[in-house]
Design a protein around this ligand. Structure first.
Ligand SMILES: Cc1ncc(COP(=O)(O)O)c(C=O)c1O
Length: 435
């Protein structure tokens, strides 16, 4: 496929636009664990798209389900009308979520799932006569998408400081990236007490002002920050003690990434709500969702008179029939190929190979869990320069990565074989050594 005549008109998201347009990294095809660029070179996909394509690229089953759905019912308003596939998909998702998180609200992205969770938290407390609970707690180095709620509870400064504003009434826990846990695969031994930051915020602001605490079970976008042993349990206990809703943002950790359907099951901690997106449709059609505890749904719906709309919230494309068809076909693949168990079985070999890079002088830390890994490089002249150089060099050598500043992120698809891990690590060793 040839390159378009001009690249000038598309303002690309989270991209160094000027640099990309001078030397584009153009991807034109995907199949299984591989991409092809516009020169015909084959590249290993080390990040499953963007944590999205857990079942690999080019899955015919999903494409066919989408095509069939478009011919049968292309669109139907999601407000006051329904179509069967959204109910089917919600039941299938509810069968994967922890017990009691059985009510599913569909959105079009992870960011929207987060905003939805924030609104549901506020509405739930109001419905219970606790409308003074308006404060949210997030965490440093968290990513919860790019809408105003998400950037405010998130802890990525650059995502906020260009705009100068965030929502008021938001407090942050410290992040869990501790030097004591450096180069430890899995959960580190140090840092469970960082969860006590939530108790400090309760003491400072009053428990009855806090609506919800949002965390990613593993912080993904800032470099795979794995929760220390006991940390999530402690957050859960503090939330329980003070009537604060605990929300897990499982947009990255959902659908087998950590060895179970969700991080909640992997870490044995059940939140009150969880957000998801990305791999729900194998990244093939945009979709996100919020799963809530039954009691949250019941409280909110029962607070309104019969026949009245209960939640004044929703998107034109909520539960889009084509996205639902993609989601159902995706969940069939995960089930039929037992991909969550497969990903879990592949994790030790993946982590062992990634941690083998620790002898490189440029590598200052490596973290990993399931099929997720983060590799911190020492910054060169300015922060982010070495990371970007590695991204470019890896692309030239046949590997697609994600970097955030000087941290490399890996999240291969759940279908990956050892040979893919070998190739990923081989290219990384070469490009990091030369960086
Ligand atoms: C934890 C988390 N929450 C929310 C989002 C936002 O999702 P989206 O980009 O689909 O809006 C992301 C995206 O990477 C994410 O990792």
């Amino acid at each position: 496929m040839s390159r378009p005549n001009t690249l000038e008109h598309h303002w690309m998201p989270f991209t160094a636009n000027r640099d990309f347009k001078k030397s584009p990294r153009m991807i034109v095809r995907g199949e299984g664990m591989y991409y092809w660029n516009d020169r015909g070179d084959k590249l290993v996909d080390g990040v499953a798209g963007l944590f999205t394509c857990a079942a690999g690229h080019g899955r015919r089953e999903i494409a066919e389900a989408v095509g069939r759905q478009m011919m049968e019912l292309d669109y139907c308003a999601p407000f006051q009308f329904g179509q069967p596939k959204s109910f089917e998909l919600a039941s299938r998702v509810a069968a994967l979520t922890p017990e009691n998180l059985d009510r599913v609200f569909f959105t079009c992205s992870g960011s929207e799932a987060v905003e939805t969770a924030m609104k549901v938290a506020l509405a739930y407390h109001r419905a219970r006569g606790q409308g003074q609970r308006t404060r949210f707690v997030g965490r440093e180095r968290a990513y919860h998408g790019v809408n105003f709620g998400g950037i405010s509870i998130g802890g990525m400064v650059r995502n906020r400081d260009s705009f100068g504003v965030g929502l008021p009434g938001i407090a942050h826990l410290r992040h869990t990236h501790l030097p004591q846990n450096r180069l430890v695969p899995g959960q580190g031994d140090f840092g469970a007490d960082l969860a006590d930051d939530l108790q400090r915020l309760v003491d400072l602001h009053g428990a009855d002002t806090i609506a919800a605490c949002f965390v990613e079970p593993i912080a993904g976008s800032t470099g795979i920050l794995v929760p220390p042993k006991g940390y999530l349990e402690r957050l859960r206990a503090i939330c329980d003690k003070h009537g604060i809703l605990l929300v897990f943002d499982e947009v990255i950790t959902g659908f087998g990434r950590t060895g179970s359907a969700f991080g909640a099951q992997t870490f044995g901690v059940t939140p009150d709500m969880m957000t998801m997106a990305k791999a729900i449709t194998n990244g093939n059609i945009p979709m996100g969702a919020l799963a809530c505890r039954d009691e949250i749904y019941e409280t909110l719906t029962e607070a309104s008179p019969e026949g009245a709309i209960e939640l004044f919230h929703g998107y034109t494309y909520s539960a889009h029939p084509v996205a639902c068809a993609a989601g159902l076909a995706t969940l069939d693949i995960y089930r039929d190929e037992d991909l969550f168990a497969r990903g879990k079985a592949k994790s030790p070999g993946f982590l062992e190979r990634v941690f083998s890079l620790k002898d490189l002088p440029q590598v200052v830390d490596i973290r990993g869990f399931g099929l997720l890994a983060g590799i911190d490089l020492a910054p060169s002249e300015r922060p982010g320069k070495r990371g970007y150089a590695v991204l470019n060099a890896a692309f030239q050598e046949g590997l697609v990565l994600r970097v955030t500043m000087d941290t490399i992120i890996l999240s291969p698809a759940l279908i990956a074989e050892d040979e893919h891990f070998d190739r990923i690590v081989e290219v990384l060793r070469k490009v990091i050594a030369a960086s």
